[in-house]
Design a protein around this ligand. Sequence first.
Ligand SMILES: C[S@@+](CC[C@H](N)C(=O)[O-])C[C@H]1O[C@@H](n2cnc3c(N)ncnc32)[C@H](O)[C@@H]1O
Length: 257
Amino acid sequence: MRPSKVFLVGAGPGDPELITLKAKRVLEEAQVVIYDRLVGDGVLNLVNPDAELIFVGKESSFHSSPQEEINELISSRAKEGRIVVRLKGGDPFIFGRGGEEATHLFSEGVPFEVIPGITAASGISAYAGIPLTDRRYSPAVTFITGHRMKGEGIEGLNWQALAQLNHTIVFYMGVANLSEITKNLITNGRDMNTPAAVVSRGTMPEQTTILGTLADISEKSKENKITPPALLIIGEVVNLSVILNWSEAYGIGGTSD
Ligand SMILES: C[S@@+](CC[C@H](N)C(=O)[O-])C[C@H]1O[C@@H](n2cnc3c(N)ncnc32)[C@H](O)[C@@H]1O
């Protein structure tokens, strides 16, 4: 039997209406959907009700398994001739292991398609009123992970280079290492008064934005009991959140509000 196609699909950052029309269509046509922890119920409600739904995020039997087992699951279902959707939070190619899964499919001769999603940095900064670039304050943006592939630490990052970036930096997966991240940036030369924000559960009704500086954002996040998923955004653009954070000011609604 010829393998059917695997769709590596980005579900967006949380608000289910941020999914693409293309992703919605393949979810409706899917026969198997293999999904992660950061995919919310709103998106799962779009899935073909007859599809086999397989959870491979944290708390699943797959979490402690190596990525290879998930790769194998995806390709074996496709080789059964079933239309497979591998559904991931945000965008599959940004801190989503989509590249590893696509490489596996290529090596197994399984056809695949990648459907991009709105990545957390983009969706959440929009909802929190923080333009990641802005001609007045920042000509560029860097996305970085606050947790490396092997082990939970952040050792191995070039802090000197990061501290010299005079533009916006967004840390994904940084909550557990917040104080280490901010300390490293300050000791390597970034101004301790640089504005910083932590946004948790962005684009969802529970979105919470904590504003501060490199010097105090870690403490403020602790005081406010911020838990993952959350993003750390650093740079002058963060100040704009005070006036542009429309979602926490007016709510995440629609045209009827
Ligand atoms: C494993 S990475 C996956 C990123 C995803 N592929 C993307 O493009 O957004 C997970 C991290 O994304 C960030 N994240 C994802 N969804 C988020 C949300 N709704 N609010 C805040 N941060 C979020 C957090 O930093 C979280 O630890």
